[in-house]
Design a protein around this ligand. Structure first.
Ligand code: FAD
Length: 533
């Protein structure tokens, strides 16, 4: 074999899925693996301190800083789309919440001709990667690389939120990733002893000295190299200099739901008119590339509280701030060891449905929008989101230059059922927040406030002020229909030697956050590939 073909597998993108794959495929020592990452090493200390996630929303050193196209359905705003651009990808800048979704999500994937992706099939892969510090049941793993743990301490507002849920007739749930998701309870976090468990710290750091694993950071994959319809390598830009790498087995794309379809389109796989309009030769027409974009659009209610221990208080008061630092350094407790939210409720908005369709979570601080400065008064926020929205958007290249941002049009809040259901969910949430256990901590509803009461007013508020949960998925969906991009073994339809294994392959968004599901996709992909080879 010539030196040109020294790698067996080239993995493009060291995010949630790419890091898992690099670990598993290099484990036996039989294969040479190349892992390419556009971002830098994860040396920024704020990546590792859980609360630091708030610092990365506008940091170009670790974030692609995309924005969406304006849309009528969301007041023609451009909504910011953070994506991790660093070792660990979005798992290095995310809110650290560990949620897998519902059994039925995966069973529905499987029914749609994706053999091997039912809940029963994927549960072992969730457990394989997990090292759960607190839960001990058939739903959890203890021996994996990804550390999952309870928040380090309880909080009076979090307890009040759970009690508000119970008071409103919903069950207590001490494990959203166990038998049932429904109910109110504390969330689990991807945290190990006070430090973030990202895909990079969990799956790459311990094995990065493996001789058969080469990792290159600060390198942008710009085009897949084909021999006819077989992917044989990848063309990259490193400091603006073109570099080509070849694989003698497979190229695996793990660039995430925005960049994977972008890279396919740049390489001549996608809808032919789009490619031709940018002077790209069509290697294979696959109209679904970039389509089917989904995310969890949300509404935020902000409360002024008489509880004097929100993050707003601690960061404003130097003495309280110092106390937080001391508690974190010596006890691994306090706000510095906190992810985006600590408690949640997963509920049904109607008795006619069989599983939760609404996710409500409490955040122990308040800002006007994600990444903004904290309010000067003591406040907390409630995020309300539909678990399975129907609105669909797309990702399309704007030019044939790999350095240009792709066009991201999520069409959030476009579907009329989404509008009706989120308004309904918002009203239900307000009722819960008006129940005695939490009401006593509320001074006033700061936003949207008392003037926003009717369904129409709430719909208008949600359209103009709604945010997102940073869970884009589905843009290279798995399946066998006209818009499917990969089959159930994650091979790109019509092309040899090319697979995709990241958030883009989800046919439908899962009922919850997406990091744990994508790590599972990485595990499952490695298993499929190793059995195939
Ligand atoms: C701000 C934020 C908060 C979130 N909070 C949560 C949460 O609390 N809980 C949760 O479960 N999920 C959360 N998520 C979502 C979750 O982190 C993602 O769904 C998941 O990490 C996606 O994994 P991925 O492997 O598909 O992509 P990513 O992890 O984004 O990895 C893709 C990698 O590919 C690299 N790449 C892209 N293009 C190229 C290229 N051309 N060449 C080379 N490299 C390239 C990127 O730099 C990146 O490192 C959040 C996400 C964000 C951004």
């Amino acid at each position: 074999m010539s030196d040109k073909y020294k790698y067996d597998f080239i993995i493009v993108g060291a995010g949630s899925a790419g890091c898992v794959l690099a670990n598993r495929l290099s484990e036996s020592g039989k294969f040479n693996i190349l892992l390419l990452e556009a971002g830098r090493k994860d040396t920024n200390p704020w990546i590792h301190i859980p609360l630091g996630y708030g610092k990365h929303f506008s940091n170009p050193k670790v974030n692609w800083l995309y924005t969406s196209e304006p849309s009528d359905s969301t007041g023609n705003r451009r909504i910011s789309q953070p994506r991790g651009k660093v070792m660990g990808g979005s798992s290095s800048i995310n809110g650290l919440v560990y949620i897998r979704g519902q059994k039925e999500d995966y069973d529905e994937w499987d029914v749609k001709k994706n053999k091997g992706w039912s809940y029963e099939d994927v549960l072992p892969f969730f457990c394989k990667s997990e090292s759960n510090q607190n839960k001990d049941s058939i739903y959890h793993g203890k021996l994996g690389e990804l550390c999952v743990s309870n928040p380090p301490e309880k909080h009076v507002l979090a307890d009040a939120f759970i009690n508000a849920g119970l008071d409103s007739g919903y069950p207590l749930n001490d494990d959203f990733n166990g038998k049932k998701q429904e109910g109110f309870g504390y969330l689990q976090m991807t945290v190990k002893n006070g430090l973030r468990s990202s895909a990079a710290t969990s799956f790459i750091k311990p094995i990065k000295k493996r001789k058969n694993l080469t990792i290159i950071t600060n390198i942008l994959a710009s085009k897949i190299i084909f021999d006819g319809r077989k992917a044989i390598g990848i063309s990259c830009l490193e400091n603006n200099i073109k570099k080509d790498f070849y694989s003698n087995k497979e190229v695996i794309l793990t660039c995430g739901a925005i960049n994977t379809p972008q890279l396919l389109q740049l390489s001549g796989i996608g809808e032919s008119q789009l490619l031709e309009s940018h002077n790209i030769d069509v290697i294979h027409e696959l109209p679904g590339v970039g389509e089917n974009l989904q995310d969890h659009y949300n509404g935020r209610i902000i409360y002024k509280t008489n509880a004097k221990n929100t993050l707003n208080d601690s960061l404003r008061n130097p003495l309280k701030g110092l106390r937080e630092i001391i508690r974190y350094v010596f006890l691994r407790k306090g706000f510095l060891n906190m992810g985006s939210s600590v408690v949640a409720g997963f509920i049904k908005t109607s008795n006619k449905i069989t599983r939760p369709d609404l996710h409500i979570s409490l955040i122990l601080f308040s800002t006007d929008k994600a990444g903004d400065a904290l309010h000067k008064w003591s406040g907390f926020s409630i995020i309300v989101r539909l678990l399975r929205p129907k609105s669909r958007g797309y990702v399309r290249i704007k030019s044939n230059n790999p350095k240009d941002d792709p066009m991201i049009q999520p069409n959030y809040f476009m579907d009329k059922d989404d509008r009706k259901d989120l308004v309904n969910g918002f009203q239900i949430t307000r009722k819960i927040m008006n129940s005695n256990p939490i009401k006593k901590y509320i001074i006033s509803e700061h936003s949207p406030g008392n003037d926003c009461q009717s369904n129409n007013q709430i719909e208008d508020f949600l359209a103009k002020k709604g945010g997102i949960s940073y869970h884009p998925v589905g843009t290279c969906k798995m399946g066998d229909d006209k818009l499917a991009v990969v089959d159930y073994s994650l091979k790109v339809h019509g092309i040899n030697g090319l697979r995709i294994a990241d958030a883009s392959i989800m046919p439908n968004i899962v009922s919850g956050n997406t990091n744990a599901p994508v790590i599972m996709i990485g595990e499952k992909a490695a298993d499929i590939i190793l059995k195939d080879i």
